[in-house]
Structures are given as structure tokens and as C-alpha cells.
Design a protein around this ligand. Structure first.
Ligand code: C5P
Length: 241
């Protein structure tokens, strides 16, 4: 497994189904980002072999498959996913304590079996695509902020290493969950990049100041006229603070 260089907290989201496009981008970006994120879209199109092809870039892998099923099934899925030696992976906190524990146990067992660092298990709390009305519709009566806090605490108690959260939630979760709980934050836009469909955005430096450990950045890099230049510019801005 590859761990990110301490120099860059940026994981670039390669949201494509095209293996050669993802591989090409990963190769061009190596050196200016901390790692790559591949998610369900890429995985469903290309499977583990597609992931392995892109991971050959040597960049740490954030395998974002957002598991949510009964504990036994999630444990089995994790066991298979961990063969890809991701640096971090995801599940839904609303799957509950037992499901999250089963996944974390698998990460520990994989480390014992395969050696290297233990894959970080991160929980998704409330999807940022979900607003209060959407949450109400599922029968959850808590406010979005309270539900995020509750699920983050549940994930922490279950042994998860951290959560995925919006930049707006980062400071609050940092205060509630302590300094060691990892906060992985998408919804990042450098001041010079288009917001696209992201609404509640922060710049990379703002998100780090709010308590983020890792930043997930996609289109500001992948859709730039020169992705490597955009990635370097972000790295420089972060270095300046
Ligand atoms: O292109 P952009 O920087 O918006 O990409 C952000 C990445 O983070 C995408 O892969 C997106 O699916 C993911 N993501 C997000 N918001 C969340 C969770 C994940 O934007 N709440």
C-alpha cells in the first residue's frame, strides 16, 4: 500500500469510466497530488482490474465504494476490496455499529495478513446531496447537523478512523471528535476554479484551516486545460497557507 506524501493532502477524484483516461491523469498528476480517488462509477465499469491498472501510478488509492449492507456482507466486500490495498475506503455510518465494526475488523485482519499500513475506514454520515426535507423523508427527525454529529460519534465508537464531511461540517466535527479522527473533505474549490454543481464550497486552504486532514478535489484539476499545472497551483496555495 502507498501512503500519501505528507506534502499533499489532496486526493484527486478521477470521475470517469475510462481506464486509459484515469491512468493517464494519474501518471500526469503523480508528484503534485497526495493520491487518487476512484468510486462506484469507475468500479462498476471496470472492476478490481481497472482499479489495479490506475493504482500502478504508485499514488495512494482512496477506494470510495460506500458500503451499506448486513455486517456479514460488508465484511466480505471489504475483504475483497482490501486486496487492492487502498489507503482509505468508505462505508455508510447509517449501516450501524455492528456493520462498521465488521468492516474495521476486516481492515485490521488484512493488515495482519498483508503487512503494511492498515487501510483507513471512513464513514459517510449524511450525504451532502440530502437536505432537511430529504432527511425528514427517510423518517429521521433530527436536524442535518445533529444527525451528522450523531453518526460521526457512532462511527468513532465503532472503530472507524474518520468520516467524509462537507467543509461546513469540518470545524464542528473536529471539535466534537478530537484531533485524531480523520476528516476527509470534498466540495473544495480554489478561488480561480468554477464551482460546477458544488454549492457549499471552501478553498483548499480554508478547508485545511477548518480541520480537514485530506481534501477530495475533482473537476478543478481534471477539467483544467492542464491538470498538472492546476494540481501544482493548489499545492503551492496550500504551502503558502
Ligand atoms: O469535481 P469535484 O471536485 O466536485 O469532485 C468531488 C468528488 O467528491 C466527486 O467524486 C464527488 O462524488 C465526491 N463527493 C462530493 N460530495 C460529497 C461526497 C463525495 O462531492 N458529499
Amino acid at each position: 500500500m502507498h501512503s500519501p506524501s505528507s506534502a499533499s493532502p489532496v486526493f484527486c477524484a478521477l470521475d470517469t469510466t475510462d481506464v486509459s483516461q484515469a491512468t493517464g491523469l494519474a501518471q500526469r498528476l503523480a508528484g503534485s497530488i497526495g493520491g487518487i480517488k476512484l468510486g462506484l462509477e469507475f468500479f462498476c465499469a471496470n472492476g478490481p482490474s481497472g482499479i489495479e491498472a490506475v493504482a500502478e501510478s504508485g499514488l495512494p488509492l482512496f477506494l470510495d465504494l460506500k458500503f451499506h449492507d448486513i455486517p456479514n456482507t460488508v465484511a466480505g466486500a471489504m475483504r475483497s476490496a482490501l486486496r487492492l490495498r487502498p489507503f482509505m475506503t468508505t462505508l455508510h455510518a447509517c449501516g450501524g455499529t455492528e456493520m462498521m465494526r465488521a468492516a474495521c475488523d476486516e481492515a485490521a485482519e488484512a493488515q495482519a495478513r498483508q503487512g503494511g499500513s492498515r487501510t483507513l475506514v471512513l464513514a459517510v454520515t449524511v450525504l451532502t446531496s440530502m437536505d432537511q426535507a430529504g432527511l425528514d423523508g427517510t423518517g429521521v427527525t433530527a436536524s442535518v447537523a445533529d444527525q451528522v454529529r450523531r453518526l460521526a460519534a457512532l462511527a468513532q465508537d465503532a472503530g472507524c478512523d474518520g468520516v467524509i464531511c462537507s467543509p461546513r461540517e469540518a470545524a464542528d466535527l473536529r471539535a466534537h471528535c478530537g484531533p485524531d479522527f480523520k476528516l476527509v473533505v470534498p466540495g473544495i474549490r480554489p478561488s480561480w476554479a468554477a464551482a460546477n454543481d458544488q454549492k457549499r464550497i471552501m478553498t483548499p486552504a480554508e478547508a485545511m484551516a477548518a480541520g480537514a486532514d485530506y481534501l477530495v478535489i475533482g473537476r478543478p484539476i481534471t477539467e483544467a486545460s492542464d491538470p498538472a499545472v492546476a494540481a501544482r497551483r493548489i499545492a503551492e496555495e496550500l504551502a503558502e497557507g
